[in-house]
Design a protein around this ligand. Structure first.
Ligand code: GDP
Ligand code: IMO
Ligand code: MG
Length: 432
């Protein structure tokens, strides 16, 4: 097995469904051949798992390449950083013997998730009741909203400077209190305790802060290879996903804005996709199996959230959605993950179109309310009994599993470059 060919180009790794496709595993695997890995969106709503032998890691903010000491890990401007979470991740890794020194870089332009953001996220969800989005309550939406509002924002450059942080909090906290008391009848917050907790966090992170846009550009100009790690996934994209059941970043389309790297510099886009579908939180999910099939997938795939522990909703692979997300992200290759989970099903269903009233549609609807009304049209394929976790070459896959992969390639029109049959690094088939 060699990933050399895949790591010869500047590469974007992006999720093509509703998250948790296995991006962490792919980034960890590929980063062996890259000099730099860049997270460019989202925050600690992401949960990227990496398994190396018996060691399991769950990264929320730290790039999944951090286990490779030769690879510089970057949190670029588009990420929203909860400094308390980031420091706890750094400390957790250091305790486990992972050296994090000069190889973690943080953009001064990245926005900071403050404690009132997580509060606002949770309070807004509680208020929405049945209509809630089902967020991770990590303050992601409120932080990006404050970024857009500008006058309520705190950036890393503010966090690391006492005068600037004090000035920001003195202005912002009364504004937040007005919102909290009017909408949620909360007791007012004081800015001083927030300053006392967050200023030292800024000082801890300060040695890592540098102009990451210049850093990435210089690395590329010097012929270093750069890997871009998307968090969340295309169908959760703020503009192009199943709005309003999305996250608050352009997680399928925002790499350039989130890094300052222009589009022509990205030479390869690897779209990561589960061999089935899963979703956490609310929102339409046409192929959901809220039944024994979904339960079997959940148990076999251990489909419980890496960030919140919530059971993930599970269902069949949706090729209408996948065609859409592959075109949205410009995927040049697919990594089909968790194929082993589909072993032991007599038959597998794959959605190839949607029924909408009397019409058949093959385009993913632009409106989530429309998506909620479609009925999936399934193609039934034979299953396979074999355990795939020991398979190391595509040719050694059962014929039914190969046919399943070929159907994906044919329907999406993008070649499958990798197949994953287990969480470990070696449980990966590379298709050249
Ligand atoms: P991410 O958010 O896209 O990085 O994905 P998560 O880490 O949240 O969820 C993917 C889960 O599937 C993790 O627990 C991985 O360890 C696990 N995983 C990844 N690839 C495979 C695979 O091929 N087979 C199995 N059984 N598990 C896998
Ligand atoms: P990774 O990177 C799965 C979902 C949440 C919720 C919606 C909005 O691990 O694939 P947010 O807290 O972002 O405002 O929540 O988006 N969501 C994810 N689901 N994996 C993720 O990240 C997710 N990031 C956000 O469950 O439905
Ligand atoms: Mg995840």
């Amino acid at each position: 097995m060699s990933v050399d060919k895949l790591s010869s180009k500047h590469t974007s790794v992006v999720g093509l469904q509703w998250g948790d496709e296995g991006k962490g595993k792919i980034v960890d695997l590929l980063s062996e051949g890259f000099d730099m890995a860049v997270r460019w969106n989202g925050g600690s709503n992401a949960g990227h798992s990496v398994q190396v032998g018996a060691n399991k890691y769950a990264f929320h903010l730290i790039p999944s390449a951090i286990l490779r000491p030769h690879c510089t890990s970057v949190l670029a401007n588009g990420v929203v950083i909860d400094p308390v979470q980031l420091i706890s991740e750094i400390d957790g890794l250091v305790e486990r013997g992972v050296a994090i020194g000069g190889n973690l870089k943080i953009s001064p332009q990245a926005h900071v998730v403050m404690p009132y953001h997580a509060m606002q996220d949770q309070l807004a969800e509680n208020k929405l009741g049945e209509k809630k989005i089902g967020t991770t309550a990590r303050g992601i939406g409120p932080c990006y909203a404050d970024k857009a509002s500008r006058h309520l924002a705190v950036r890393v450059a503010d966090l690391i400077d006492a005068t600037r942080l004090r000035e920001r909090l003195e202005h912002i906290v009364p504004e937040k209190n007005a919102i909290f008391s009017a909408l949620f009848s909360c007791a007012p917050l004081q800015w001083e305790p927030i300053f006392k907790q967050y200023y030292p966090c800024g000082q801890r992170l300060k040695p890592h802060v540098c102009n990451t846009t210049a850093l990435v550009h210089k690395a590329m100009a010097a012929g270093r290879r750069v890997l871009f790690e998307g968090a969340n996934a295309a169908l959760l994209d703020l503009d192009h996903g199943t709005f309003p059941f999305v996250t608050s970043s352009n997680c399928g389309t925002g790499l350039c804005a989130g890094t300052g790297v222009p589009p022509q510099m990205i030479e390869q886009v690897l779209g990561v996709v589960k061999a089935y579908s899963s979703r956490v939180g609310g929102g339409p999910f046409p192929t959901e199996q809220d039944n024994a099939i979904g339960e079997k997938i959940r148990q076999r795939g251990r489909e419980f959230g890496t960030t919140t522990g919530r059971p993930r909703r599970c269902g069949w692979l949706d090729l209408v959605a996948l065609r859409y997300s592959a075109s949205l992200t410009g995927a040049t290759g697919l990594c089909v993950m968790l194929l082993d989970v589909l072993s032991t099903f007599d038959e597998l269903q794959v959605c190839t179109g949607y029924q909408m009233g009397i019409a058949t549609i093959t385009d993913f609807p632009a409106d989530a309310q429309e998506l909620a009304r479609v009925k999936p049209i399934y193609k039934t394929l034979p299953g396979w009994a074999d355990d795939l976790r020991t398979v190391r070459h595509a040719k050694a896959l059962p014929a039914a599993a190969r046919a399943y992969i070929e159907l994906i390639e044919e329907q999406v029109g993008v070649p499958v470059k990798m197949i994953s049959v287990g969480p470990g690094r070696d449980e990966t088939l590379i298709l050249q």
